[in-house]
Write a protein that binds this ligand. Structure first.
Ligand code: AMP
Length: 181
C-alpha cells in the first residue's frame, strides 16, 4: 500500500526479484485489459481516466482468477491491491478458499506534495493518461479516503509493516527487506 507515486511499482519489481516471487499489479493488469479492449478494460477505462477506483467486484474477480493460477503457488506480491476494505475482506475469503496465507502488508509512506511532483513528471515521461495534475490530485484524495483505512485494518491483523518511502530506490528496498524478516 501507499499513495500514488510513492514507488510501489518500482519497489515491487525489485522485491519480486529478491524473493523470486510473482509481482501482480492490478493497475498493470487493468491497463493490459484496456489495451486489448476487453469488456473489463472498457469498463475500467471510464473509472481510471477520472482517477476513480474500478468497482470492487471487478478487482476481486481478477484477483481470484490470477492468484489461483499455478505460477502463484510459491508466493506473490500484490501491488495496488487491495485498495478498499471490501477488497481486503474479499481477499481474505479468496485466500482462505484456496488455502493461501497473507504474510505481511507493507505501507510505504511519503509527503503528498513530493508525490504529486513525481507523478506529474512521470506523466510527461511515460505518457500515462492518468498522470496529469488534476487526475493525480484526485487519485491522492481517493487514496486517503478509501485506501488509508486499510492501514488500521492490517495493523489490527498484526500484518502491517510501515516503511518510509522517501530516499533512494535501493535504500527503500533495503528497508522493505528488513521489515519483512
Ligand atoms: P495504479 O497503477 O496502481 O496506480 O492504478 C491505476 C488505476 O487503476 C487506479 O487509479 C484505479 O483507477 C485502477 N485500479 C488499480 N488497482 C485498483 C484496485 N485495487 N481497486 C480499484 N481500482 C484499481
Amino acid at each position: 500500500m501507499g499513495p500514488p507515486g510513492v514507488g510501489k511499482g518500482t519497489q515491487a519489481d525489485r522485491i519480486k526479484k529478491k524473493l523470486n516471487i510473482i509481482h501482480l499489479s492490478t493497475g498493470n493488469i487493468l491497463r493490459g485489459e484496456i489495451e486489448t479492449e476487453s469488456d473489463v478494460g472498457l469498463k475500467a477505462k471510464t473509472f481510471m481516466n477520472k482517477g476513480k477506483l474500478v468497482p470492487d467486484e471487478v478487482l476481486l474477480d481478477i484477483i481470484r482468477y490470477r492468484i489461483s493460477r499455478p505460477d502463484c503457488q510459491y508466493g506473490y506480491l500484490l501491488d495496488g491491491f487491495p485498495r478498499t476494505l471490501p477488497q481486503a475482506e474479499g481477499l481474505n475469503v479468496i485466500m482462505n478458499d484456496i488455502d493461501h496465507e497473507l504474510d505481511a502488508a507493507i505501507s510505504l509512506t511519503a509527503d503528498e506534495n513530493e508525490l504529486v511532483r513525481r507523478l506529474v513528471l512521470r506523466g510527461k515521461e511515460s505518457g500515462r493518461s492518468d498522470d496529469n495534475p488534476e487526475v493525480v490530485r484526485k487519485r491522492q484524495q481517493v487514496y486517503w479516503q478509501q485506501t488509508a483505512p486499510l492501514i488500521d485494518y492490517y495493523k489490527k491483523e498484526g500484518l502491517l509493516k510501515e516503511v518510509n518511502g522517501l530516499g533512494t530506490i535501493p535504500e527503500i528496498t533495503k528497508r522493505i527487506m528488513e521489515a519483512l524478516v
